[in-house]
Design a protein around this ligand. Structure first.
Ligand code: NAD
Length: 507
């Protein structure tokens, strides 16, 4: 719970990032170019998921802080929108360059706040930097359309226009990438952006805010707020001057956000959960399928919206695949080091929730082939480490087959043939990503045509999105928008259709 803090906040500079591990005692908000504690002075504890110990305290924002942020954003936005997209892109490129300069420090923050290895944190940081460079370049490709008119001497075209103030709310799983996926396109399009960081990952969001200020983003144009979802996120969603809410998180919260913004008809982009199928056909390269199943199910401790949590295997190869997979899973190393395969899950509540779901699955008849428990012992003391878990015999209608666990847990399903596999893969409330392993081109193409998902992969994992490619899902995985790629510009801008009548007789 929050406590009152009377500390004044030092003004942080980019040099703060210079020394690895220099984590401020209190992570402030960044509003109107200033570091600030929450208006009522309260903070909350950020726990290190690898040890269970306090890492730092964090500003615990409320509606009062959201109001300050929106006021500052509204004032600053028109001048930002009046700058050319090329100029905005130049400033975003400068953020990306600073991120590259400070990549080890940023990755250090990501590793500290999530418990993932520095190697994984660096990979994530580099992906965030790439997103910065990609979006910055879009400043010079901020295309509309020119077309013909039915009327002579009338030009017809479209241009992009910003929406105003963008409220960005993100999950903790890949924290710096999640910031980059939203902040860069929102800013390029000429909006002022207010990012509500995930309460479990305040450090990398704070570092990004520092670099944005250093790169020349004008005061008020980019804000970072910290705090809990209901206290700091909800007022941002409800604020009448927030023109677009872009949310990455659970389907449950996404549904509430859509209802709330729906009442005031504010644009809303939802990137939600997944229960992603990976099909292993009887003609698959089984060793390759095992490798990709491991990555899909267990990388980032399974905390990916794109995690492979339903492994659908043809009966002809089921027993062999199960044996190979379980053996490989037993060989996975869990820990925070660079040679480990994955680290802890983000907090105690999440850990308890997923382990309880495994218990319920067992009670309903599922069999745990390996894992199914919290890891204990000296190396894991106090941390939220979950053993890599594989189950079988879960019915397609069971809770564990339909709801997302967001942890290192996956289920095996036995199917007769391609028809049964595709039917089971599509039998889900979600539709984010999907993969198939086969050597048969016709099967692969039939899968691509018939799978109901936002992303379809042949002979690979259910994860692995690239900055220039759109990402998003069907059904309860989202509401139709795509992030990343040039499609992200459609989220954060609106079109203006322009007609210009002219008269060649008056030249
Ligand atoms: P969550 O929905 O609990 O929280 C996500 C964010 O929303 C946090 O910042 C939280 O503070 C905020 N929030 C919570 N309640 C809120 C409210 N009432 N109003 C406004 N904001 C609120 O999700 P989580 O458990 O932290 O994250 C995991 C989820 O995110 C999974 O479902 C995962 O699939 C999803 N996710 C989706 C994508 C994607 O691109 N589709 C990417 C990453 C994660």
């Amino acid at each position: 719970m929050g406590v009152r803090e009377n500390r004044t906040v030092p003004r942080y500079h980019v040099e703060t990032l210079g020394s690895l591990g220099a984590i401020p005692a209190v992570i402030p908000n960044q509003i109107g170019g200033q570091d600030a504690l929450a208006a009522d002075g309260r903070t909350f504890e950020k726990i290190d998921p690898a040890t269970g110990r306090t890492l730092c305290r964090v500003a615990r924002s409320t509606a009062a802080d959201v109001r300050l942020a929106v006021d500052a954003a509204r004032k600053a936005q028109p001048a930002w929108a009046a700058a050319t997209a090329v100029r905005r892109g130049d400033i975003l490129r400068q953020i990306a360059l600073l991120m590259r300069e400070h990549r080890t420090a940023i990755a250090g923050f990501v590793a500290s706040e999530t418990g993932k290895s520095r190697k994984d944190a660096l990979g994530e940081t580099d992906a965030a930097i790439e997103m910065g460079f990609f979006v910055a370049g879009e400043g010079r490709r901020f295309y509309g359309q020119t077309t013909t008119s039915a009327v002579a001497n009338k030009a017809a075209m479209t241009v992009r226009q910003p929406l105003g103030v963008a409220g960005l709310i993100i999950a903790a799983n890949t924290p710096i990438a999640n910031v980059a996926w939203k902040a860069f396109p929102a800013l390029l399009c000429g909006n002022a952006a207010i990012l509500k960081a995930a309460e479990d990952t305040p450090l990398s969001a704070w570092a990004f805010g520092l670099l944005a200020r250093e790169a020349g983003v004008p005061d008020g144009v980019y804000t970072t707020l910290h705090g809990y979802g209901e206290e700091a996120g909800a007022p941002l969603v409800e604020h009448p001057d927030v023109a677009i809410v872009s949310f990455t998180g659970s389907s449950e919260v996404g549904r509430w956000i859509a209802e709330t913004t729906g009442r005031r008809l504010a644009k809303t982009c939802l990137e939600l959960g997944g229960k992603n199928p990976l099909i292993v056909c009887d003609d698959a390269d089984l060793a390759n399928a095992v490798t990709w199943t491991l990555g899909s199910a267990f990388s980032n401790a399974g905390q990916r919206c794109a995690a492979g949590s339903r492994i659908i295997v043809f009966e002809a190869v089921y027993d062999r695949f199960r044996q190979m997979l379980v053996e490989a899973v037993r060989g996975l190393k869990v820990g925070t080091g660079d040679t480990d395969d994955y680290g802890p899950v983000i907090n105690e509540g999440q850990m308890k929730g997923m382990l309880a779901a495994v218990e319920r699955a067992k009670a309903a008849g599922a069999l745990v082939l390996t894992g199914g428990e919290r890891l204990t012992g000296e190396a894991y003391a106090g941390g939220f480490f979950v053993a890599p878990t594989v189950l079988e015999h879960a019915a397609p209608a069971d809770e564990i087959s339909r709801s997302e666990l967001f942890g290192p847990i996956t289920c095996l399903y036995r199917v007769k043939d391609f028809e049964e596999a595709i039917a089971l893969a599509n039998d889900s409330p979600f539709g984010l990503t999907a993969a198939i392993h086969t050597r048969n081109l016709n099967r692969a193409m039939a899968f691509v045509a018939r799978i109901q998902s936002g992303v379809a992969v042949v002979n690979g994992g259910t994860y692995g999105s690239e900055p220039h490619m759109p990402f998003g899902g069907l059904r309860q995985s989202g509401n139709g928008w795509r992030e990343a790629g040039t499609q992200a510009l459609d989220v954060y801008s609106d079109l203006k259709t322009v007609y210009i009548n002219h008269n060649p007789g008056q030249v």
